[in-house]
Design a protein around this ligand. Sequence first.
Ligand code: SAH
Ligand code: SF4
Ligand code: F3S
Length: 450
Amino acid sequence: MQTIKDKYKDYFKGKKYNITTFGCQMNEHDSERISYILEDLGYEKTDDRDQADFILFNTCLVRENAELKLYGQVSSLKRLKKENPDKIISVSGCMMQTSTAREVIVNNHDEVDLIFGTKNINSLPDLIYKYLESGERVVDISSDDVKDDFVKYNNKNDFQAYVNIMRGCDNFCSYCIVPQSRGREESRRPSAILAECENLVKDGFKEITLLGQNVNSYGNKADFNMTFPQLLEKISQIPGLKRLRFTTSHPKDLSDELIEVMKNNDNICKFFHLPLQSGSSKVLKDMNRKYDQEKYIERAKKLKREIPELALSTDIIVGYPTETEEDFQETLKVCREVGFDQAYTFKYSPRPKTRAAKLEPIDETIVQDRFDRLLDTIYPIFNEKNKEYIGKTVEVLLESVSKNNPQVLTGRTDSFKLVHVKADKSLIGQFVKVKITDNTSFTISGDLVE
Ligand code: SAH
Ligand code: SF4
Ligand code: F3S
């Protein structure tokens, strides 16, 4: 009997796909999985969206601007779809996991043919067949993927890979929509994660980044016995793995055990992303973050004391509804006291159905003013931190050609510093030594040694 797969065997030949990814590394990694699935069907990748036969937007809704951008980009395809009805336009990701955002697409965007979620990526081929068979829009947000699935993906290159260790989030920070969209926290089994990492190293991957919304709570609710530090150490012991990173780590349960494991294993990168959100203990309480200023500073200082070469980065939200000028001053104080190497800074954005969305927002001009003052405070600190690298020789994994200068390559140090260096393209994917001669607040640069 002819299967549906046989029927469409030749359909995908010569057809092209294009994916636009919004949001965090979780979404980037999901797009890598989707890309693998589409190529397995027969699609080829194109960077030109207008040329693509399958156009996908993998969406984020953590802040309103990501959401608005998506609506704009989807609308711009209305004409293309009208002129080429055979093109398949698809939307996936976190926005589709919440009914409010999904309904906007379902009700106002006829040009969209296929909608799926973050938990049924493996069923994508079936959803495409269903659409081809019926010619009717398909909307499917089921959760068919097994959390321990051995997933295959197209990595962004052949030396760096992401590995999911858990999905979802149980923290319900008052401002955050992620627990609604990605669902409850579930940890993958250590055996599945280790097998995936071992295979990557066997395939020549040099750097692995472990992903989870709060890696420190790995295994907490599981029926197996393994903490995050134990898992991290096991992975770091895979022979041949050069660099191991992880994100994101919630300050409330950053353990001494994790600091020890980082300190004692050379291939665990000396970089820590520890989101502060606010420096005010009152605002932190309102945000439901479950730590206060004192605890944050204590954890950050302990990290730096135990691992002096460590670089520290953070996330900060400015203008949370209950934030006063005095609270904001506390955020500036923590920034000065801790001395971050880098920070992702956001203006608070109310998200539907979160607890904070019920609160009266602060006047936009006040928020903007605080935001500007925050940057004025932290950029000089970043600059100072980067200046400390001048004169030092660092090991850099070269990643790509610089966007601004084709003769310059960019890469990262173990401490995640972005490095610019003049070098030949053939060195991409290699470790090189760079003597640092210059810096900005965001980059360091220098010359190849040897
Ligand atoms: N799980 C990670 C964060 C994922 S979201 C953690 O807890 O650290 C990434 C960042 O987006 C958050 O750290 C926060 O700084 C920011 N963010 C989340 N919701 C936001 C909102 N409603 N408005 C502004 N920034 C927000
Ligand atoms: Fe959002 Fe908080 Fe979960 Fe991070 S820990 S994803 S900020 S709810
Ligand atoms: Fe990531 Fe955005 Fe979803 S930050 S988890 S893609 S809402």
